[in-house]
Design a protein around this ligand. Structure first.
Ligand code: SF4
Ligand code: SF4
Length: 669
């Protein structure tokens, strides 16, 4: 029989579902204004990965405290939702129970327990926000916080209303299926029959209002990550991390501008990241730029982009303000330029592309492409970039290296060594891609020479390109000069292919990453190996004979971003250190995927660092805390930065920075 209760419920449900649907439609319309991007390939891989990340809460649990809190909320609400469905249906259609589950006392036990988990999780979340005031959460004023308070309160009230309503139902209807449900049972124990009938109706409606209210809430709230995050994770980047910077089509004459000028120049996936952001601050907590006092916070970057999304939401009282700080006309022409007008250029140039933000973002947001797209627009369209970048660009254009040393001198370091060029030895198994630092920087030339000694000792067939080699392009691309980057890549690939190069060794993780992960996008497919990987293999295959050199040696090891986070190579260098007779490794607090950047990535090697603390000095301090004799590195940029850091700390006399190749060469017999 259709009752007033059912009619009222249906009206509320229709309104709530309509609001929810409109919320999705409005956000879809925002994404539809952005540029296209294909993120629908490999559905099986996407689904499987998304399930394991979302259901297992893998990334969140890297931080046990906050991770456990989120686990309680996620699983608590996911299971509790089943109980609510049954509770509401039973209130509408007395006598109806959920099939299979509805008559099982263990089901109600589970619902009680998972509901409690959700409440505990929400209360811990409120505690972290409003009592412990965890800095990275960035608690704002009431106008910003009211939606979060409303969400926490709404969920807690929803669960409590279920408990009281179920207890009242157990008493008023005399059902015994709640017998194992601890909270419902306790509440039912103290309830009279007459009170239970009233309480059941009151709390059933309260539960309905809270549950349906959540659907309405998502339309007007800026907190849509519970819905957007699983979708965002499904649509995650499946490219190798190190190859995920998008290629710019420089020939496309239909493009109005290069890179990103206005928010709608981003792709829809880049904007979806904004909806997925949970404002948890993990990215900010791991960002060397932010930690060292630069104006860049990856969390704020996403928040600012979100605030400046074209506003398609409908107003509902003041709640509209919580979603869009500034009302923007949806016409693209009226949108502001992001760089300069919305985002300070110092923010854009502070990024070292270290990948720490993306490594730790539980929603798999992609910050780096957003920053590089802004740089591309500044460089290619507006010619606005730091003057030091201009010097690096000019040097790269004229001499194919950022130092600006004459290109014809690129192979001079090998003059006294028995190192063939590819021209001399076309049958060489490996091309040793020396890189700009290894060719021109006096300190790094020692690393190249040490590596040559190792390769020769192991009988490796290799050759170099000499003056035919050009910069791999890493810095040019990350500084936004895609045009210069692509010309360097194409010229290198042409030479590689001319010599039929198949295998490449490099001692620079920036060259390694670019050749391995980016060159394939331009048709250059090679087997690329970092020197630490090769050296480790040679040691383990007993092709190198390492002998003790007397004293013991206490080392700490600095993971470079481009070998570690980008290419997941943490073990080879550590295994090499383990093979050095008398050497002992002491890890820094921040190591492996939590390692702190040296400050030189993203083209920052060529820019002044005038704001905040120097990142290399901070990293060196972290290394010095282990009281090492040697700070081992795997990257020429890191070597330079750590050596500079040692000078800043007046420790150069006591502690040395050494590349792994230099260490191994010292033990060679
Ligand atoms: S890549 Fe590194 S420096 Fe850039 S925003 Fe992310 S964490 Fe910060
Ligand atoms: S971008 Fe990711 S890590 Fe950063 S605040 Fe948002 S959800 Fe958290």
């Amino acid at each position: 029989m259709i009752t007033v209760k059912i009619i009222l419920f249906v009206l509320l449900a229709v309104f709530s579902l309509y609001s929810f649907g409109m919320g999705i439609k409005e956000r879809y319309e925002v994404l539809a204004m952005a540029k296209p991007e294909d993120r629908f390939d490999q559905p099986g891989k996407r689904l499987w990965g998304a399930l394991s990340i979302v259901l297992g809460q893998r990334r969140l649990l890297r931080e046990p405290g906050a991770g456990l809190m989120h686990l309680l909320i996620f699983w608590g609400l996911a299971v509790f939702a089943l109980g609510i469905v049954g509770f509401i249906l039973e209130g509408l259609f007395p006598g109806l129970v959920l099939p299979i589950l509805g008559s099982n006392p263990y089901f109600y036990l589970l619902i009680d327990v998972f509901g409690l988990m959700a409440i505990v999780g929400m209360l811990v979340s409120a505690y972290r926000r409003y009592i412990a005031k965890v800095p990275r959460l960035g608690v704002g004023d009431w106008s910003e916080e009211r939606t979060i308070v409303a969400l926490i309160a709404g969920i807690v009230i929803m669960v409590i209303s279920y408990y009281i309503g179920s207890a009242a139902h157990a008493v008023s209807a005399g059902v015994d299926r709640y017998v194992l449900a601890p909270i419902t049972g306790i509440l039912a124990g103290g309830m009279s029959l007459s009170a239970s009938q009233v309480l059941y109706e009151v709390f059933w409606w309260l539960n309905v209002l809270m549950a349906l209210g959540l659907l309405v809430f998502f339309r007007y709230s800026h907190l849509v990550h519970p819905l957007a995050a699983p979708i965002n994770i499904y649509l995650r980047n499946l490219q190798p991390r190190g190859g995920s910077i998008k290629n710019l089509d420089l020939e496309n004459e239909e493009e109005e501008n290069f890179g990103v000028s206005k928010i709608t120049d981003y792709t829809w996936k880049q904007l979806l990241d904004c909806f997925a952001c949970a404002e948890c601050g993990r990215c900010q907590d791991n960002c060397p730029a932010y930690i060292s006092g630069k104006p860049l916070s990856p969390k704020k970057l996403i928040a600012v982009l979100k605030e400046n999304l074209p506003n398609k939401t409908k107003s509902l009282g003041n709640l509209k303000e919580a979603y869009a700080a500034t009302a923007i006309d949806s016409e693209k022409a009226d949108l502001p330029e992001l760089a300069g007008e919305i985002i300070n250029e110092d923010v854009i140039w502070s990024c070292t592309t270290c990948y720490a933000c993306q490594e730790h973002c539980p929603q798999l947001n992609e910050h780096i492409n957003k920053i590089i797209d802004l740089r591309r627009n500044l460089v290619l369209d507006r010619s606005e970039f730091p003057s030091e970048a201009q010097l690096a660009f000019t040097n790269l254009e004229r001499n194919f290296n950022p130092w600006g040393v004459g290109w014809s001198n690129r192979g001079d370091w090998a003059d006294e060594l028995d190192v063939p060029t590819m021209e001399d030895n076309k049958d060489a198994e490996y091309l040793l891609f020396v890189g700009c630092a290894g060719s021109f920087d006096d300190r790094t030339k020692n690393v190249t020479i040490a590596l040559v000694k190792i390769l020769q000792a192991a009988g490796i067939s290799f050759a170099i390109l000499g003056s035919e080699e050009k910069c791999c392009g890493d810095s040019a691309r990350r500084l936004g000069n895609e045009y210069l980057y692509q010309s360097l890549v194409e010229e290198n690939i042409e030479v590689f292919n001319e010599y039929g190069v198949k295998k490449v060794i490099t001692a620079c993780p920036h060259c390694f990453n670019t050749l391995k992960n980016e060159y394939p996008n331009f048709g250059g497919n090679y087997e690329v190996i970092h020197h630490t990987q090769l050296i480790n293999r040679l040691i383990e295959d007993k092709k190198l004979n390492l002998q003790g050199v007397g004293d013991s040696l206490k080392l700490t090891y600095h993971d470079s971003c481009y070998l570690g986070r980008y290419n997941d190579e943490y073990e080879a260098p550590r295994r090499i250190i383990g093979h050095l007779p008398g050497a002992s490794l002491v890890e820094m607090g921040r190591n492996k995927n939590r390692a702190f950047c040296c400050g030189a990535g993203g083209g920052r090697m060529w820019l002044e660092e005038n704001i905040g603390n120097r990142i290399n000095v901070m990293r060196t301090e972290q290394a010095l805390q282990t009281k090492p004799e040697v700070i081992a590195v795997n990257c020429p940029f890191c070597l330079t930065m750590i050596e500079d850091g040692l000078k800043e700390h007046d420790q150069s006399e006591y502690v040395q920075a050494k590349d792994i190749a230099e260490l191994v060469a010292r033990y060679l017999q």
